[in-house]
Design a protein around this ligand. Structure first.
Ligand code: PMP
Length: 357
């Protein structure tokens, strides 16, 4: 007899990509370069390792389940009441909890596609129905088509801004037009995992909509804040929504180490801005160089670039790996390449030139 749900058999897996250690061994190289998961390459922020080490002395105790100190620090950093904040084991967990808190089986979760690969998974595992609206010709969200795709069953809409994996971002005017037509009983979740890398002033800060009753904003400390391995993300929403999420969250999912590391990281906002500026400068350089090989690379507002290579995506990914660079191919569609250090980016550009030049 089967013990697990039959519908999970057809669910796509979240693919983490290859391990750099395995690839380095296979190629006989001292190390491989990983440009596949949109991490920032500069190591933990100053003070984080010491804070986590210190916190480890209480590893035998449960963490603060209310995450009070960290929520207060986030509240101060982002000028919002702590009661409007919920934390999770990465923002991907919060996205999952939001579906759990809004959708009954058969209710609809609406999002643009292609977007973050976790969205279809969290919809399906929570019994919600995915409604996908195709990206527009420029690889970005088509908010007009998304508004038209809403039905009586739509309970939640995900707007990934900037969008993973294409790097595109919706502008203030179009987002506001969209927010104005979404019914009050539909939660609009603006997923801003890459907010800190945005340079286009037309791209709105989702937190500027925090007083709209049906808007929630997802942020993460995994990217610009350099804490991907500690797993902490947060949500800003109306107090009732934040409280509902704190109810459905897996108990103690913000570990002792994650809370301590996040508190230390949040004191380093200036260093985060400095690092983001380095990433943004490299993003410009990589975009310009790669467009000589792949002309229709969209302008990115995130810490990665999207190469719409279609059927060549998998082959291009393999060619980069054979030169020691791990990128993220999406079969039949394109390849996402994270911006790394200047030397890592040079290695990627050399691999791309060898593959396509
Ligand atoms: N949202 C988007 C758009 C992402 O790209 C990611 C990470 N790939 C996440 C959320 C989740 O990040 P984390 O769980 O590490 O906070």
């Amino acid at each position: 007899p089967r013990l697990t749900r039959a519908d999970l058999d057809v669910l796509p897996s979240y693919v983490p990509g290859r391990s750099p250690a395995d690839l380095a061994r296979e190629l006989g190289l001292p190390e491989a370069i990983k440009l596949a998961s949109n991490e920032v390459p500069y190591g933990p922020l100053p003070g984080v390792v010491a804070a986590v080490t210190e916190a480890a002395t209480s590893a035998h105790r449960y963490p603060d389940m209310g995450v009070v100190a960290l929520r207060e620090a986030l509240a101060e950093q982002y000028a919002v009441d702590a009661e409007r904040i919920a934390t999770g084991c990465g923002s991907v967990a919060l996205a999952d909890h939001l579906v759990r808190a809004t959708c009954m089986p058969g209710d609809e979760l609406l999002y643009s596609w292609r977007s973050f690969e976790a969205y279809p998974i969290i919809a399906a595992t929570n019994g919600a129905t995915s409604v996908r609206v195709s990206n527009d010709g420029g690889h970005g969200h088509d908010l007009t088509a998304m508004a038209a795709a809403m039905t009586d069953r739509t309970r939640m809409v995900l707007v990934c801004n900037p969008n993973n994996p294409t790097g595109t971002a919706v502008h203030r005017a179009e987002l506001e037009r969209f927010l104005d037509v979404v019914p009050d009983d539909v939660l609009v979740v603006i997923d801003e995992a890459y907010r800190e890398f945005v340079t286009d002033p037309e791209v709105p800060d989702g937190l500027s909509y925090r007083d709209r009753p049906n808007v929630a904003v997802l942020r993460t400390l995994s990217k610009a804040w350099g804490l991907a391995g500690l797993r902490i993300g947060f949500l800003v929403a109306q107090p009732e929504v934040a409280a509902a999420i704190r109810k459905v969250v897996t108990p103690f999912s913000a570990s002792v180490a994650a809370q301590a590391g996040a508190l230390a990281a949040l004191t380093q906002a200036d260093e985060v801005r400095r690092r983001c500026a380095l990433v943004v400068a490299e993003r410009g350089r990589v975009t310009e160089a790669i467009r000589k090989l792949v002309p229709d690379v969209p302008t990115s507002q995130a810490n990665f670039v999207w190469l719409p290579l279609g059927d060549q995506a998998v082959e291009f990914g393999r060619a980069c790996e054979s030169r020691g660079v791990i990128v993220r191919p999406f079969p039949g569609d394109g390849v996402r390449v994270t911006i790394g250090t200047p030397a890592e980016n040079d290695a990627f550009l050399a691999a791309a030139e060898a593959a396509l030049g």
